[in-house]
Design a protein around this ligand. Structure first.
Ligand SMILES: Nc1ncnc2c1ncn2[C@@H]1O[C@H](COP(=O)(O)OP(=O)(O)OP(=O)(O)O)[C@@H](O)[C@H]1O
Ligand SMILES: [Mg+2]
Length: 229
């Protein structure tokens, strides 16, 4: 099977005054369609930096990155942001939903931005919200929802554009363990049925173990974690 994403010998250094901090030191990743991937590692080890590079939101200092076999380096800014919008979905620790809009409207938003018709957007958004267990909360605004429910809306919003790869940075990090588990269950179910690939940063070892592959980021390198089955 073909890799949808490949990273080869990725390095990232940050310059801070006189100092050069090496955060990523030769990262190699290959991911196939549908594969799920957990990244664990201590605070400050570079997990968010790595997701930013994968999601084309930051550039590596050196190394190669290929999306569907092509290097985004060769694209102009407009094509790069189009690729980013089509290929990736993003989920963060805090949901970043828009407060003045309902769950349904928040989920429809990425499609409306892409100039899909309101009718199409509504149908797709409704379908995903129902599948993630929010049928009874579709017309609620974020402040009328629980933390777990808001995070489910964030999952629906990330999946509504049918991305190939979801990048999730501590998506359940803000929830109590039981809620985190429930939200993650429905997220993973939905993800599997849509055959979306997933790279998830998490501190939760139980959640990490349920992914196909588990890697630990430490001292700038990705190594296979003993958590992987
Ligand atoms: N723009 C920047 N300029 C300078 N240093 C940076 C910058 N962004 C990140 N760093 C440094 O890079 C290192 C990795 O940061 P990163 O946010 O990727 O860690 P992380 O693994 O996501 O940590 P956490 O688990 O706490 O979220 C840290 O030491 C941080 O201070
Ligand atoms: Mg981080």
């Amino acid at each position: 099977m073909k890799n949808i994403l490949e990273l080869k010998n990725i390095h990232k250094n940050f310059r801070l005054g006189e100092d050069d901090i090496e955060v990523l030191n030769g990262i190699e990743i290959s991911i196939q369609q549908g594969e799920t991937f957990a990244i664990v590692g201590p605070s400050g080890s570079g997990k968010t930096t790595l997701l930013q590079i994968i999601g084309l939101l930051d550039s590596p200092t050196s190394g190669e990155l290929y999306v569907r076999g092509k290097s985004p380096e060769d694209l102009n800014d407009k094509s790069k942001s189009r690729l980013r919008n089509e290929f990736f979905g993003f989920i963060y620790q805090f949901h970043h939903l828009l407060n003045e809009f309902t769950a349904l409207e928040n989920t429809m938003m990425p499609l409306l931005i892409r100039e899909q018709t309101t009718k199409e957007a509504r149908t797709k958004a409704q379908d995903l919200l129902i599948r993630i267990g929010l049928e009874h909360r579709i017309n609620h605004k974020p402040h009328e929802l629980s933390g777990g429910e808001c995070q489910r809306v964030a999952v629906a919003r990330a999946l509504v554009t049918s991305p190939s790869l979801i990048l999730a940075d501590e998506p359940t990090g803000n929830l109590d363990p039981e809620t985190a588990d429930r939200v993650f269950d429905s997220f993973l179910d939905l993800n599997r049925s849509l055959n979306t690939s997933l790279i998830m940063v998490t501190h939760n070892q139980e959640l990490a173990k349920r992914m196909d592959k588990v890697y630990e980021l430490n001292f700038g390198k990705l190594i296979k974690s003993s958590l992987e089955n």
